[in-house]
Design a protein around this ligand. Structure first.
Ligand code: ADP
Length: 573
């Protein structure tokens, strides 16, 4: 190139065209591409400055690059934003620039540029070998430095990119008479190659982004179909897939937040640019997905994110929402199945217990009656009286167990009347007053003042409350809090007893309602408290749910229908 006139050698031109097109294929960002392409063009043309103006649908870009590699990039939704810069230009040039940008070059009135030594080609390129006549440095305004006035030679060449995008390549050289009709013709061809390269780069970049999006979505689908993974593990893996799907992965960070739990890839506390989408589960906002950048880039002049990235984020948030919904529905199903299985097993145990209770009740009545009778006899030795007292006490204890077994196996039908659950709870709390004060436990009563009355056996419901409270007290080794709540729940009421005690190991949960299952020391637990609760709640047509984590307390939710059990269920039991 050095010894040949600028742009004259066709081979150079072919090489440049190939280089520009190759550059477009490398998946570079817009600015990376413009910078590299400007270098090639400035070297090839030996011009001193270059500008590329592009109108891409509603957006306008202006890129300037000098032979010393200094550059500027501006983007605006309206051409008017470039007004301060346009105003620094001499009027004829400004009009020409706007006309070339708008594709109206042929409508230009030749009279307007008559005082400037200029030429216009058939393709609409306007060029002047000598700009001194129009230089107007006084008009330069701060911040919007233009390379145009003050140059020796200037050429405005139209670039066609596609149906929506067109622009102007402005070449300027310090010396006058730099351009010739021949070089201008070559530059017009180069400008067209540049247009093709810009379109090619855009297609490549869009393709690259789509591939990243699909890789991300495919990865997420793959994780979500893994049924053995917990929610937490799934989110931990999904969040890692997000930054690579964004335009600048090396500086992107992502986080998924669900029910206050956060899963992160990179540091998300100092994001400068962020975009997010809500995770809605069954219409309720439960968290969000967020991706962002914690530093700035020149490219961000046109916004840090692509439109497609917001759509991708929303798709990801929706996928996560569906996954949580499915997961929770699955959990609910397993819980119901377990409850059903459990209820079935308890019913079998109940039948067995009912049989034993029945069989024992009669001989027990005999033992108790005869022991009491024998004790009344005159002349019974002192030792025999003491022995008979032991028999009576043991028989009474056994009768209490039988009573509980009968409650569990629903052999004691409830004596129902309309009752106020809050009142029963207050009585149970008062009944245990001695234990609260002795243990110095914090008791929180959160009773719904608008609770409706329900049809139930007050004595049995009292027993339920007492049993649950006693268990809660015994579950707290040292100090802690017990919360008793009542709530209206549609056509039912809820009694909730929650403690901050030792909690229940998941392996033990299926057993705690079994009669005689206890983890307590002999003399403290009989293993009948929860069996009785279960029997009473079932005979009232209600149900009981337990939530517990070892070391984090336990919560028992008793649900009782307002109008008692379904009569069909009652007659079946
Ligand atoms: P008992 O209290 O006599 O052991 P229950 O039927 O009331 O019998 O309880 C069975 C078992 O369930 C208890 O031994 C205990 O292991 C567990 N349990 C019941 N309530 C709680 C609670 N609030 N916190 C921790 N464990 C509990």
């Amino acid at each position: 190139m050095k010894n040949s006139p600028p742009g004259r050698v066709p081979k150079d031109f072919i090489v440049l065209s190939r280089q520009l097109l190759q550059l477009a294929n490398q998946g570079a960002t817009r600015l990376e591409f413009l910078r590299a392409a400007s270098r090639l063009l400035l070297t090839f043309t030996r011009c001193d400055d270059l500008e590329v103006w592009l109108s891409d649908g509603p957006l306008h870009y202006r890129w300037t690059c000098a032979s010393d590699d200094s550059s500027t990039f501006q983007v605006s939704g309206e051409l008017e934003r470039f007004r301060p810069f346009l105003d620094t230009l001499d009027e004829p040039i400004r009009d020409i620039l706007e006309a070339v940008l708008d594709g109206r070059i042929h409508e230009q009135d030749p009279e307007r540029t008559a005082n400037i030594p200029s030429e216009m080609t058939y393709d609409g390129t306007w060029w002047t070998p000598k700009t001194s006549a129009i230089s107007n440095n006084e008009k330069r305004r701060s911040g919007m430095k233009s390379s145009l006035p003050g140059y020796g030679s200037l050429a405005l060449i139209r670039i066609n990119v596609d149906d929506h995008t067109h622009g102007v390549l402005i070449l300027s050289a310090n010396t006058a008479n730099f351009f010739t009709p021949q070089t201008i013709e070559n530059y017009e061809a180069i400008a067209q190659t540049l247009g093709m390269a810009i379109a090619g780069r855009r297609a490549q970049a869009a393709l690259k982004e789509r591939v990243k999006e699909f890789t991300c979505l495919y990865g997420i689908a793959h994780i979500l179909e893994h049924r053995d993974l917990s929610l937490a593990d799934s989110f931990r893996q999904i969040v890692q897939l997000l930054p690579p799907a964004w335009q600048f992965p090396e500086m992107a960070a992502a986080r998924i937040e669900l029910d206050g739990k956060v899963y992160e890839a990179g540091a998300t506390d100092k994001l400068i640019h962020r975009q997010c989408a809500d995770i809605l589960v069954d219409g309720k906002r439960r968290g969000r997905v967020e991706v962002g950048y914690n530093c700035d880039r020149e490219d961000f002049a046109e916004g840090a994110f692509l439109h497609e990235e917001q759509s991708l984020l929303e798709v990801i948030a929706r996928e996560i929402s569906h996954f949580v919904e499915r997961h929770e529905a699955g959990e609910q199903r397993v819980r119901l199945e377990t409850q059903l299985l459990h209820a079935d097993r308890l019913a079998t145990i109940g039948q067995f217990a009912a049989g034993i209770a029945h069989e024992i009740n009669e001989p027990l009545g005999g033992i108790l009656g005869f022991a009491q009778l024998a004790r009344k006899n005159a002349g019974v030795p002192q030792q025999t009286v003491a022995d008979l007292d032991q028999i009576v006490a043991a028989a009474l204890r056994a009768r209490e167990i039988v009573r509980k077994l009968m409650l569990f196996s629903r052999q004691t039908p409830p004596a129902k009347s309309m009752i106020q659950l809050n009142q029963v709870v207050e009585e149970a709390v008062a009944f245990l007053r001695a234990r609260w004060t002795e243990r110095k436990l914090e008791l929180v009563r959160d009773l719904d003042p608008d609770l409706p009355e329900l049809l139930a056996d007050p004595v049995q419901i009292h027993q339920v409350a007492v049993n649950l409270l006693v268990n809660a007290i015994q579950a707290i080794p040292d100090t802690g809090r017990i919360t008793v709540r009542t709530r209206a729940d549609g056509s039912a009421v809820k009694l909730i007893v929650e403690d901050t005690g030792v909690g229940i190991h998941p392996d033990l949960l299926p057993k705690i309602f079994n009669p005689f299952f206890t983890t307590k020391d002999v003399g403290i637990g009989t293993g009948l408290g929860l069996s009785v609760v279960h029997g009473i709640v079932s005979s009232h047509g209600g149900c009981i749910d337990v939530f517990s984590q070892p070391g984090h307390g336990a919560r028992f939710d008793v649900t009782l229908p307002l109008d008692g059990p379904d009569p069909r269920q009652e007659s079946a039991s």
